[in-house]
Write a protein that binds this ligand. Structure first.
Ligand code: AMP
Length: 404
């Protein structure tokens, strides 16, 4: 589903485009419309599914279209960790780049100056606050936090917050909020204590369940941490390591499919491309040749990640990190079908590290990082928490914008 079909504000669509999102993920498809319609939500969705944008987009849209006080806090997002608070504020920075919606992350562990900046925003008003419970309580206890006109409350990774013992802090914050507000609860799991919290907080919620499949155990998954220009030569090297008869290489963009396929052809590989620009009859011919083993390597966009049923694919090579975890699982699920083993390699550039870490979180385990052979030169370290997300790199919008 395209974002244009969801009725979002034009300036948001620009932000979405700048972030490089093309289609809405399943959780976004299911959650955005009911939030826009003012419903309470309880959604079981893990990190990696695109859940952050699923609640940020409709909230920003509402802020652009519904009147609210500029001198109060309008949306309060409570999260378990400072890392998540920073990540959400960064996504907000990207999606809201073409809007004047302001956002302030509020979390512990900073220095005195961050407390003062937070205090200023919390006391004079800011559209959106993303906070950890303990830090917010510290501010609330000082008496200046403008919570009386909060229209939207989001609890993100609510199960983790309960596991970390934040129940009482959360309830304490919520007692300061007006009773009439929209509540959105996101949680990876739904244990009984979560149902209990939902019963207390939510009003006739819409329930959304994004079931995430797990890839088959017998797939050997490996990642290569590289700089973007190292990807092309590394693909060729990896293809030469074994006499593969069936390989699929996935790229997120058609353009990359075309470039890589022609590069591989020039180097003498038995390869064809598959993407939506290719006429249907040509696509079918390519697939037939691949099925009949006349052709060894397919370079494809995600149109091929779901639903093709070809056995014995030995290697799935992700030229880039797919946009959401479900796509990753579908891509690598092309190999190791029907009890056979298979290998899935993923090439991860610096800008993609954060996205890959989100996928690892969805998988519930780290993917083995394989050594890149020395001949390729130095490679970056895998440090996803220290990387900015790929799409709003260096644009440097202040996180809390002052109004004139
Ligand atoms: P989240 O589950 O919110 O942590 O998101 C996981 C990753 O998916 C983040 O890197 C997001 O920037 C990215 N993402 C979210 N929605 C989309 C989308 N519709 N298309 C592409 N990437 C997305």
């Amino acid at each position: 589903m395209k974002f244009t079909e969801l009725g979002l504000h034009e300036r948001l669509l620009e932000g979405i485009e700048a972030m490089g999102y093309e289609t809405a993920t399943p959780v976004q498809q299911q959650v955005i419309a009911p939030i826009l319609a003012g419903k309470d939500i309880i959604a079981s969705a893990q990190t990696g599914t695109g859940k952050t944008a699923a609640f940020l987009l409709p909230l920003i849209h509402k802020m652009l279209t519904a009147p609210h006080s500029e001198h109060h806090i309008n949306a309060l997002i409570i999260v378990p960790t400072r890392e998540l608070a920073i990540q959400i504020a960064e996504t907000m920075e990207g999606l809201g780049y073409f809007t004047d919606v302001s956002c302030m992350p509020v979390y512990g562990g900073g220095d005195g100056s961050s407390f003062i900046t937070e205090k200023k925003a919390l006391s004079t008003g800011v559209d959106m606050v993303v906070c950890t419970p303990g830090r917010m309580i510290a501010h609330i206890n000082m008496g200046y936090v403008k919570l009386s006109e909060v229209n939207y409350l989001v609890l993100d990774e609510a199960d983790r917050m309960l596991d970390m013992g934040f129940h009482d802090d959360i309830m304490k914050i919520i007692t300061k909020l007006p009773a009439r507000r929209q509540n959105l609860l996101f949680s990876a799991t739904m244990p009984p204590k979560m149902r209990e919290l939902a019963r207390k907080l939510l009003h006739q919620p819409v329930e959304i369940n994004i079931a995430v499949s797990k890839p088959p155990e017998q797939i050997v998954q490996e990642a290569f941490i590289v700089y973007e220009p190292q990807k092309n030569p590394l693909v060729k090297f990896l293809l030469q390591q074994k006499d593969y008869t069936r390989v699929i290489i996935f790229c997120s963009k058609k353009q990359n499919v075309k470039l890589l396929a022609s590069e591989l052809k020039r180097s003498g590989f038995s390869v064809e491309e598959i993407h939506s620009d290719l006429p249907q009859d040509k696509r079918e011919q390519v697939l037939l040749d691949y099925r009949n083993k006349k052709l060894k390597i397919l370079v494809a966009t995600d149109i091929l990640s779901r639903g093709i049923d070809i056995e014995d694919i030995e290697l799935v090579l992700n030229f880039d990190v797919p946009n959401d975890g479900e796509d990753y699982i579908h891509r690598i699920g092309r190999t190791a079908r029907a009890e056979s083993t298979g290998t899935a390699y993923t090439l991860v550039s610096e800008a993609e590290q954060r996205k890959f870490a989100a996928i690892e979180q969805l998988l519930g385990k780290a993917v083995t990082k394989s050594q890149v052979p020395e001949q390729f030169g130095a490679v970056p370290a895998y440090a996803p928490q220290q990387r900015r997300s790929s799409s709003n790199n260096g644009r440097g919008k202040p996180q809390w914008k002052r109004r004139n």
